[in-house]
Write a protein of this length. Structure first.
Length: 71
């Protein structure tokens, strides 16, 4: 929370998460703290939500397919 507070409206900060914003309250656990964090990071944010299959899963499946082809 201190890092967010120090940077709020002063510096750019990049957040990445596999948890949708709608579930952050559950993850943080404390409603008041979750509200404070979300208020600061979402207020002037540019959000990009990526959809689709995981590139990691695609890579694993590709490697597995290649191994089967070779063997």
């Amino acid at each position: 929370m201190e890092i967010i507070e120090d940077r709020h409206s002063k510096r750019s900060t990049l957040f990445t998460s596999q948890v949708p914003v709608s579930k952050w309250h559950e993850v943080v656990g404390e409603q008041t703290i979750a509200d404070a964090i979300l208020d600061r990071i979402i207020h002037d944010a540019h959000r990009l939500e990526l959809k689709g299959d995981s590139m990691r899963k695609k890579r694993i499946n590709f490697q597995s397919d290649m191994e089967e082809t070779i063997n």
